[in-house]
Design a protein around this ligand. Structure first.
Ligand code: FAD
Length: 299
């Protein structure tokens, strides 16, 4: 069967795209590997009507509502590759199954690559965070840290004092210049230049190489990100460089550089959130539908 659209990734952005298509009675397949980016967090914040809900509960409710539409099919699995085929595209799943669709929506998210520091990974999403808008408020204006990683460490160190007294851990990677030190001082940021050995404790106690320890209520850092799937590159979609990593280039309607292929959510923006993923997905779903109606020149 030639489906109207195949959506790769069934989290917030993919389900939002599927919902628009389902409501136009189009035949949609969602393939999802079940690895939402925020699966490490206990609560999700900032998404209207769902503020503070467990991220899995939001996704489960969305899926339950989506699956009430009879034209939607869901496969728990992983798409290995996709290629142009007669009438549109063919996707290959791990395990060998193949499915054909007139349009593709890439909603497969990104993965965070954390610095290799003992104790960091197990605190990701509970006391070590990326996004202060998601998690800053709950830290109750306690002592916070910024761990310098990639290029955006200075921006983050300037921003985080909005949520509490802040120490910047340069960790032997970055050395603020005189101008940066002066700017950080105006924000009340302390600078700790001793490298960090590990993170421990119930929250995030920074254990330094010289034996000192600095207890924090929460630690922020900006990880590198990578696309979770090689499908976009395999199709030849153009990518852009973001401050955290590459993302798929899209236009205002979430169309990629490859005709018939759309992308939404974290995979198609420099930095994302649940709200933005849902908005992007809704745009992509409507744009896919209208391309099926109006665009007879493309596949
Ligand atoms: C620790 C943490 C906490 C966060 N907290 C918040 C918060 O409080 N509020 C907020 O708004 N945002 C938060 N975010 C950001 C939020 O998680 C993302 O912006 C959001 O999940 C993006 O949704 P998405 O649909 O684009 O991608 P994702 O939610 O990452 O979902 C992508 C889906 O695609 C699937 N997939 C990938 N490759 C394939 C493949 N080849 N085949 C099939 N399926 C595939 C994945 O398994 C996954 O299910 C947080 C992020 C992190 C890391």
């Amino acid at each position: 069967m030639l489906l109207d659209a195949i959506i790769i990734g069934g989290s917030y952005s993919g389900m939002a795209a599927a919902l628009q298509l389902a409501r136009a009675r189009r035949y949609v397949l969602v393939v999802d590997a079940g690895q939402r980016r925020n699966r490490f967090a206990r609560h999700s914040h900032g998404f209207l009507t769902q503020d503070g809900e467990p991220p899995g509960a939001i996704a489960a409710r969305a899926r339950e509502q989506l699956m009430r539409y009879p034209t939607v099919t869901w496969i728990e699995g992983t798409v290995r590759s996709a290629a142009a085929a007669k009438g549109g595209f063919q996707v290959q799943l791990e395990g060998g199954a193949q499915h054909d669709g007139r349009r593709l929506v890439l909603a497969s998210g990104v993965a965070d690559e954390l610095p290799d520091l003992p104790g960091l990974r197990e605190r990701w999403g509970t006391s070590v965070f990326l996004c202060p808008y998601c998690d800053g408020y709950e830290l109750a204006q306690g002592h916070l840290g910024v761990l310098a990683t990639g290029a955006s460490w200075f921006h983050q160190a300037m921003l985080i004092p909005e949520w509490g007294r802040t120490t910047l851990f340069t960790n032997g990677i970055h050395h603020p210049d005189a101008e940066q030190r002066a700017a950080l001082a105006t924000r009340g940021v302390s600078i700790e230049e001793t490298p960090v050995r590990s993170v421990s404790g119930e929250r995030a106690t920074m254990q330094l190489e010289d034996g000192r320890s600095i207890p924090l209520e929460g630690l922020f850092l900006i990880p590198r990100t990578r696309l979770t799937s090689a499908v976009a590159e395999g199709l030849g979609c153009a990518l852009d460089d973001g401050h955290m990593g590459p993302f798929i280039r899209t236009d205002a309607k979430k169309a990629t550089s490859v005709p018939g292929v759309f992308a939404c959510g974290d995979v198609a923006r420099a930095a994302g959130s649940v709200s933005l993923a849902v908005g992007d997905g809704a745009m992509a779903g409507a744009a896919v539908h209208q391309s099926l109606v109006f665009d007879s020149s493309s596949k």
